[in-house]
Design a protein around this ligand. Sequence first.
Ligand code: PAF
Length: 285
Amino acid sequence: MDVISSIEEMRQDSARARARGQRIGLVPTLGALHEGHLSLVRVARERTDRVVVSVFVNPTQFGEGEDLECYPRDLERDTALCREEGVAVVFAPSAREMYPAGHSVYVDEQDVSTGLCGASRPGHFRGVLTVVAKLLNIVGPDIAVFGQKDAQQACLVRRMVTDLDIPMGIVVAPIVREEDGLAMSSRNRYLSPEERKRATCLYRALCLARQLVEGGVVDTGVIRERMRALIDDGAPPVAIEYIEIVDNRRLKPVDCVEGETLVAVAARVGSARLIDNVVVKPACS
Ligand code: PAF
């Protein structure tokens, strides 16, 4: 397995692979890899001949006061995990390589990015889409694999690839959960043991939403209230940022669940900002 930090070398590596007739799969990450990322690698491996994992803590997607400085970084461990999974290349550029002095062009989506996490993290998706566009241009993959946990990000990347005519496929892989349901995330490591236990209320609230919908409750006001009550059960320290029920395509709030609908939550548990979601569907639809 190669570890490449230069854009030019990465381009050449992909060009050689394409000349050999290989299909390339890209898994973009911020590093601090866990089982969730490795599941994306496995999806890419099943569908392509050569998997590239990018490890880059992208400064443009972190807002002021967010965890850019303390975001966990361990390239040695990440490369060891990638090697075990049969990854061909870890692409780990520096911030200077990706954003040299004078970099001034960004990808700004104006619709899907405004709600959910976009509302409380201004500029976040502009940073995400810009770095993903750059990675797609550098690596030139046939497919890129993203996790459903970041449902809004996945939806936006799909939009970008369609709107900017980028000729490749986007694959979205299911959320990987701990045994008690907590969605795997690099940020789970910020949780104290007590907070870690409390954090499971997010998934329990999502399961409640699914149960209600399958039981015939389709009024999203009622569902959100029941979810809020489950999370706000008096035990600290979960601060809900949003509970949203939105259509699964443009991510706009809906009053009534009809067909496939996304239920998404974001909350602060101690110092960790956690997100999670489920797709629900009424039993009769
Ligand atoms: O989901 C992530 O890890 C990041 O947002 C991504 C897609 C690697 C872009 O930096």
